[in-house]
Write a protein that binds this ligand. Structure first.
Ligand code: CTP
Length: 410
């Protein structure tokens, strides 16, 4: 344990949710670590978890009564406890999280104190799964993980090793020491986030390409990898913003703390973006397809038959529609990908789409555009400013862009 870790958790309130898996016994050690660091611990458990570990043990270690039922017998008036706990905690740690409990959390079920607290919680939630290897790999569990990540929950990967079934594989609950460290990291981050320049600000970022189906197998797309948009989302999150990232298909990991909504087509991106137009800052980085096949085939197109009908129709311009309905105080930022007459074309787009900023880049330039770790962009403002930035890592470019948009020096 590092010297500073106990200090971070000192005085913090940890809600520990225990579900019914054999690894539940390890939570006794986890409670001990939290308590030693000076944290207050409130245990909630599912009724099944009681088959593996007793309330007496957990209540004694945490020095607080343990709650399991949402409607406890003989306790009139205590049924709103889940709301109380949801407001009380600085973090909600669910360990071990079984496949069943994750499926319930993913679908918003609240049939126990543990699941109800998750819906009511205003604090970060850390989920630490533990189950047998095949259950972890099952598509249903994969989907639960994705949904929970989409909610902005923090997920810990299970560890590899011998499992309770005797099989070897991935599925072991991370060691209490590791869960403890991760808890401290999340608490530290959420504390600094509250102080960030964008604290309390909703930021919407789009990233990646879109895919427009030709038939069930083929699609029209582009070379965007999503990196620039993901870096902007992560940079806004580091400054304390509540970030929604609407992402086309990419192989990138979701930046920690960002709420990601996955979409495939330009039409889906349009709908997802238009549900979030109350964002104070919107940065459209996505390389949205301008055209989509008008009549995608329902079956795979076979060669040798009729010539395929690739009649294309224009997609809706998402950014132009945001510009047309721009809200008071809202800042709109677009990207312009230009190979010729960059400045001129970018300024036309800025005016036409009613933007505050446009970021010009040229995919043909070395170290810029798609699939590179770096970018070289020119920032163009509505007030006529034009600033070519040097070639930098995309992470740095993202910081520069936010500095300029927020009127800060870099
Ligand atoms: N954009 C959008 N919806 C579209 C197409 C583009 O919101 N259907 C956004 C992009 O995310 C980007 C900006 O508009 O922020 C400019 O995109 P770009 O591809 O450079 O320009 P287009 O407007 O598509 O024009 P053209 O392809 O003719 O250059």
């Amino acid at each position: 344990m590092s010297e500073t870790t106990p200090h971070r958790l000192s005085g913090k309130r940890v809600i520990l949710g225990i579900t019914g898996g054999i690894a539940a016994y390890k939570t006794a050690e986890l409670i001990r670590l939290y308590k030693k660091a000076g944290a207050d611990v409130q245990v909630v458990m599912t009724p099944t978890a009681e088959k593996f570990v007793t309330r007496l043990t957990l209540g004694t270690l945490s020095e607080r009564p343990v709650h399991a039922e949402i409607f406890p017998e003989n306790e009139l008036g205590s049924w709103t406890k889940h709301i109380e706990f949801g407001l009380w905690g600085d973090i909600y740690v669910i360990a071990p999280a079984t496949a069943q409990s994750m499926a319930k959390l993913a679908s918003g079920m609240c049939d126990s104190m543990l699941t109800a607290v998750a819906l009511a919680a205003r604090c970060p939630i850390l989920v630490c799964p533990a189950m047998d290897h095949d259950m972890w790999e099952h598509p249903a569990t994969r989907e639960s993980v994705q949904t929970l990540e989409g909610f902005g929950y923090h997920m810990m990967e299970p560890e590899e090793g011998e499992l309770a079934s005797g099989l070897i594989g991935k599925g072991r609950l991370p060691e209490p020491e590791n869960i403890f460290k991760r808890t401290a990291e999340i608490i530290a981050k959420s504390a600094s986030k509250k102080k960030g320049r964008l604290a309390g600000t909703k930021v919407l970022v789009t990233a990646g390409p879109t895919r427009e189906a030709i038939d069930p197998v083929r699609f029209i797309s582009n070379r965007s990898t999503g990196t620039m948009g993901y870096e902007i989302a992560a940079a806004a999150e580091r400054r304390g913003a509540d970030v929604i990232l609407v992402s086309g298909p990419t192989s990138l990991e979701k930046p920690e703390g960002v709420h990601r909504i996955n979409v495939t087509t330009a039409a889906e991106m349009y709908d997802a973006v238009h549900k979030e137009t109350d964002a104070e800052l919107i940065v459209m980085v996505a390389a949205v397809a301008d055209y989509a096949p008008a009549n995608p085939a329902q079956s795979k197109i076979k060669k040798g038959g009729e010539e395929p009908d690739l009649d294309l129709q224009p997609t809706r311009d998402i950014l132009a529609s945001l510009g047309a309905g721009k809200k008071k105080g809202q800042t709109l930022v677009g990207f312009a990908l230009e190979t010729d007459n960059g400045e001129e074309n970018a300024r036309i787009k800025l005016e036409k789409k009613n933007l505050d900023w446009i970021i010009l880049n040229n995919p043909n330039e070395e170290g810029a555009g798609f699939g590179t770790g770096t970018n070289r962009v020119t920032m163009m403002g509505r007030d006529g400013t034009e600033e070519p930035l040097p070639m930098m890592e995309k992470r740095e470019v993202a910081e520069f862009i936010l500095d300029r948009v927020l009127g800060e020096d870099s």
